[in-house]
Design a protein around this ligand. Structure first.
Ligand code: ATP
Length: 193
């Protein structure tokens, strides 16, 4: 899918409503240390349904709400809107909003939906909060320093085959269990002879 626009309000350091237009092609974010570059990438992950506070560099999910500074009071909510177009040419407008004490609420094209629906929407569009297309700062150093086995794992994730290993392990476990059952059955049948 093509992300076209990102709107943030009260999300981390973006206390004032901010709107970014994202043009086709590769997008890089540059700026001085601490200006909010990583927060932007996190906003994209967050609106796509990221539910791990750790990957938002937060202790709890409400920590994404602007916490206030010496001169500005904290905000009560954070909202991120992602607008884009799917490969089928459909317009997609996804909103996630979190209020203190009230948790997260999602909307897709103006309709209230569940977190699961948002994850599925992005999975169908072949992207999502854990997509390898979102490259954070540390990730590049991680790829360079990775051992061959780790690099292979990253490539497998990018190729979308990482899930096959999980299914293979499951299948091997079932096979072993079935073999054990068969051996037991043979013992029982031998006892009947
Ligand atoms: P660097 O280049 O050093 O990695 P960066 O441009 O990626 O920096 P970020 O890490 O995105 O910057 O932003 C960090 C800033 O965001 C810090 O100033 C931090 O105080 C601020 N920040 C993070 N969470 C919140 C919050 N909930 N409320 C207010 N400010 C926040």
């Amino acid at each position: 899918m093509q992300i076209k626009r990102l709107k943030l309000s009260g999300f981390k350091s973006f206390v004032e409503p901010a709107e970014l237009r994202i043009e086709p092609g590769l997008t890089g974010v540059v700026g001085p240390n601490g200006c909010g570059k990583s927060n932007l990438l996190e906003a994209i992950r967050w609106v796509m349904g990221e539910n791990s506070p750790k990957s938002m560099r937060s202790g709890g999910m409400e920590d994404v709400i602007f916490a206030g500074t010496a001169t500005r009071p904290p905000r009560d909510f954070a909202e991120v809107v992602l607008q884009g177009e799917t490969a089928d040419g459909e317009e997609l407008d996804v909103t996630r909003r979190i209020e203190r004490g009230a948790g997260s609420a999602y909307r897709v094209n103006g309709r209230d939906v569940r977190a699961k629906d948002v994850s599925l929407t992005f999975a169908d569009a072949a992207t999502g909060a854990h997509s390898p297309a979102l490259v954070s700062q540390g990730k590049i150093a991680q790829v360079i320093a990775a051992k061959p086995a780790e690099r292979r794992q990253m490539l497998e994730e990018a190729a979308g085959i990482a899930g096959l290993h999980v299914r293979r392990r499951d299948a091997e476990g079932k096979l072993r269990q079935t073999e054990a059952n068969l051996a037991r059955l043979e013992d029982l049948m031998a006892g009947l002879d």
